[in-house]
Design a protein around this ligand. Structure first.
Ligand SMILES: CC(C)(COP(=O)(O)OP(=O)(O)OC[C@H]1O[C@@H](n2cnc3c(N)ncnc32)[C@H](O)[C@@H]1OP(=O)(O)O)[C@@H](O)C(=O)NCCC(=O)NCCS
Length: 406
């Protein structure tokens, strides 16, 4: 990568809590959402101690349901709780599943505008304490005026709609994709690929205090036979199941972004450079398609094509939704450049936290693949949106723009 330009925005470091099963049996049932976010923030701040605490210019933390322990302007509350000085401001962000991705693009844009030197961007979702859609009050005009289809308000139903729209996206393909995600995640865990990302969290259970150190949803024993037999909760005789959907999850992520000038001043080692990003809208009842136009827009703005992208970190809200992306760009279901460490189907998807998880994984893969110059992180978003961010690999060896596996 060329020399750091003062106004470039760099991904410096990221950390996350282990992702837990949402609900009464989950490991975080007695843990507050804001405490999860604080844990992730403290981890990145402590690991990057050359940055004086009073030099953080802003803290953006996203959550989809901003109530209770996810309310009160999370960026400000968690900054104080994490021990940052009172002089460090904070804000809360919401773009549902693309919450922390939007924290990063918003803060990154501030760096590129010259308003920030160093920032924290992340997200949290405790889906056990804040079930999806709880206390939501959609305007009756949405349905009365047919502004959206009724299915648009239920994410699982939007995934069934994708199967309807693209008959080639069969249940068998979705199950096979999900199985592969579980296998890749298991291999990544065994190889220690998440060890630097995950920060242990103290948890309380009936047995006393313990330590959460690993993701709770992983199902390495998954088989095609077991997946084939699962119920289809979103439609009788449907195709979307608990096995080929991301599970309901609790967790938090945080990252540090810095300008080129701050990289120099604090002696930081960037893991990725923010190239460009885009958000786009699609019909809300097929919200899973959102990353397709978002990616096209981001590529166009960056002056790149899909062939320039060597690594993909795509959130797996539903297997069918990732498959719709891969088909749109002519990429094979099992392409080795896509989610090499597995994805949300295996690891979990704490809505607003997930974007930064994708970035941490891409950053780790960049270090392993100097032949790759550019990578993409992308998510679909409820009510029909997609978000995509293109990153450059600082370890790129300067040769051709290769895609992993080619
Ligand atoms: C699909 C969904 C409704 C399932 O919820 P759930 O029923 O609480 O899920 P569970 O983990 O209890 O799994 C249901 C069953 O499938 C089984 N199962 C799940 N994954 C499995 C796998 N990989 N292999 C075998 N069995 C599996 C579970 O063991 C369970 O079996 P049981 O009923 O015999 O106990 C829920 O995960 C969901 O809504 N996901 C989508 C979340 C979402 O919309 N996010 C936003 C995206 S935009």
């Amino acid at each position: 990568m060329a020399q750091h330009s003062a106004l470039d925005a760099y991904f410096i470091d990221g950390a996350r809590t282990p992702f837990g099963r949402a609900g009464d049996k989950g490991m975080y049932r007695r843990t507050r959402a804001d405490d999860l976010a604080v844990k992730a923030i403290r981890a990145v701040v402590e690991r990057n101690a050359t940055i004086p605490l009073d030099r953080y210019d802003d803290v953006a933390i996203a959550a989809t349901t901003q109530q209770g322990d996810q309310g009160l302007t999370l960026g400000r509350t968690t900054a104080i709780l994490a021990g940052l000085p009172n002089t460090v401001p904070g804000l809360a962000i919401d773009r549902m599943c693309a919450g922390s991705l939007t924290s990063v693009t918003t803060m990154g844009s501030g760096i590129r505008a010259g308003a920030y030197d160093v920032v924290i961007a992340g997200g949290v979702e405790h889906m056990g304490r804040h079930p999806m859609g709880f206390d939501a009050d959609p305007n009756p005009r949405f349905l009365a005026e047919k502004l959206v289809e009724p299915d648009a308000l239920y994410m699982g139903k939007t995934a069934e709609r994708l199967h309807d729209r693209f008959p080639d996206l069969t249940k068998e393909r979705a199950d096979s994709y999900a199985l592969n995600s579980q296998r890749k995640a298991d291999a990544a865990v065994r190889a220690g690929k998440f060890d630097t990302d995950i920060v242990p969290v103290a948890i309380e259970s009936d047995a006393g205090w313990g330590l959460a150190t690993r993701d709770e949803h992983l199902r390495p024993d998954t088989s095609m036979e077991a997946l084939a037999g699962l119920k289809t909760p979103f439609r009788p005789h449907g195709r979307v199941t608990a096995g080929n959907a991301s599970p309901l999850t609790d967790g938090a992520t945080a990252s540090i972004l810095a300008s080129g000038a701050a990289v120099k001043e604090f002696g930081l080692t960037p893991k990725m450079r923010l190239v460009n990003f885009a958000f786009a809208g699609v019909e809300p009842e097929v919200m899973g398609l959102g990353p397709v136009p978002a990616t096209k827009k981001a590529l166009q703005r960056a002056g790149l094509t899909i062939d320039d992208i060597g690594l993909f970190e795509l959130n797996e809200a539903f297997a069918v939704q990732v498959l719709s992306f891969l088909d749109a760009f002519g990429i094979a279901d099992d392409d080795p450049s896509v989610n090499p460490y597995g994805g949300a189907i295996a690891l979990g998807h704490p809505l607003a936290a997930s974007g930064v998880r994708l970035m941490m994984q891409l950053a780790n893969q960049f270090a392993e693949h100097p032949e790759v110059r550019f990578g993409l992180t992308a998510l679909c978003v409820g009510l029909g949106q997609g978000g995509a961010v293109i990153w450059e690999n600082p370890h790129w060896n300067g040769k051709r723009h290769a895609r992993v596996g080619r």
